[in-house]
Design a protein around this ligand. Structure first.
Ligand code: FE2
Length: 401
């Protein structure tokens, strides 16, 4: 183990029989071209609190990182301060995007060793960040493309429950004081609670390879609710399988392009992502889809536009499924759902409300999803047809169809 900070000591280890038992999504790190400006964008549009920073003023010489928080969501926006920093290269190749889906575990080093012995490749060896308040240990493995999963274990004042209560994220971070939007966001919440799922796009023919990788290396399971047969419709220009951690804490769907009448949205992503797999979207959970979408729209978030014709048939389809399985009707106001352009889907367990943003940067790559579950644990497969139509419209505008 190498040490960044003061001296190396053995951190207090919590005992667990399973080194790959995941406690939480520790954070998701984006590599961006200008973290200071990106922080403002995500605070303004999505209501994140710009909570902490690690930069030149805190002794960080190579990167500047901003910790954005909302509910149990932690996003790190990192930019390289030197021309040859890996974050700069990453941005050059892929634009702004997700580098690391970091997982909180009891013992990062043990989780890392287990993943390696399961056939994973190292992204970086265990590093300990330590100061008088506590210790954070991180170690990384590579997944599809250049995306990594860091394992993060925390000790002392850096324990995740303390971070959630407003404690400092890790050594070299400080609270970001006097950011005017933080007060505004507290008074005007967007209601995003936690990461629901995080989707990766991989090349044609590679989906099953990555499904096996999640099974073998991270010991995930195929999530029973969803497999490729479910979404094989005439409009299916993608294949998808959902991988889930043992405790269903983390769901990582994997998409690959499929032959369609027109260019797959997955292929468009790959074309603009330097022909390299990467994270296509992150879904944030809300308890109140209508409130969240209304507030996000008010703040200027650009959502996919759902064709009016969608609402001509959606209620019949959704209510029929709910009735068949003995569930109550959709309780949200139908007219408001239509006015806000929200998508609805139902399955044997209930229904869900969801909506997708347009790409968050100029390249048609990463976007967000806002999702609210009322029993349903699936991903909105009934919306694929309507969604493809909406997406094709956007692709056409970009000259990518
Ligand atoms: Fe999704």
């Amino acid at each position: 183990m190498t040490t960044a900070g003061n001296t190396t000591t053995v951190p207090d280890r919590q005992a667990t029989a399973d080194p790959l038992q995941l406690i939480d999504v520790d954070h998701v790190r984006f590599y961006v071209g200008n973290a200071k400006q990106a922080a403002y964008f995500y605070a303004q549009c999505f209501g994140f609190r710009v909570d902490q920073v690690a930069d030149l003023t805190t002794g960080e010489r190579e990167t500047a990182s901003y910790l954005l928080t909302q509910g149990n969501i932690r996003i790190l926006l990192t930019t390289g301060l030197q021309h040859d920093h890996p974050a700069q290269r990453h941005v050059q190749l892929y634009g702004d995007g997700v580098k690391d889906v970091a997982l909180n575990v009891f013992d990062a080093e043990k989780a890392y060793e287990r993943a390696l012995s399961n056939g994973g490749n190292s992204a970086y060896e265990p590093v300990e960040y330590k100061d008088e308040h506590g210790t954070v240990v991180m170690a990384g493995i590579q997944t599809y493309g250049e995306v990594i999963h860091s394992f993060v274990s925390r000790h002392g004042e850096y324990h995740l429950p303390k971070v959630k209560q407003g404690g400092v994220f890790m050594p070299r971070f400080r609270k970001y004081e006097q950011f005017a939007l933080n007060d505004y966001n507290e008074k005007n919440p967007c209601g995003l609670k936690y990461f629901d799922h995080c989707v990766g796009n991989v090349e044609l023919g590679k989906m099953n390879e990555w499904v096996e990788w999640y099974e073998n290396v991270l010991e995930f399971k195929l999530f029973k609710h969803f497999d490729d047969k479910d979404i094989s419709t005439e409009y299916s220009a993608l294949m998808s399988k959902v991988m889930s951690s043992g405790n269903h804490l983390v769901k990582m769907p994997i998409n690959e392009p499929a032959e369609g009448k027109k260019k797959s949205q997955i292929q468009e992503f790959l074309d603009w992502h330097n022909h390299t797999p990467g994270v296509q979207h992150i879904a944030f959970r809300t308890d109140d889809e209508l409130h969240s979408v209304a507030e996000l729209r008010r703040r200027g978030v650009d959502f996919l536009q759902i064709p009016d014709s969608y609402y001509d048939i959606v209620w019949q389809r959704v209510e029929k499924t709910l009735k068949e399985h003995g569930h109550d009707s959709v309780r949200e106001d139908h007219d408001r759902i239509r006015d806000l352009g929200i998508l609805v889907d139902a399955d044997d367990e209930g229904y869900l409300l969801q909506l997708f943003t347009k790409p968050l940067q100029d390249r048609p790559t990463l976007f967000f999803e806002i999702i609210c579950r009322r029993g349903s644990q699936s991903f909105g497969k009934g919306n694929f047809k309507a969604l493809f139509e909406a997406l094709e419209l956007e692709q056409e505008k970009r000259g990518n169809l």
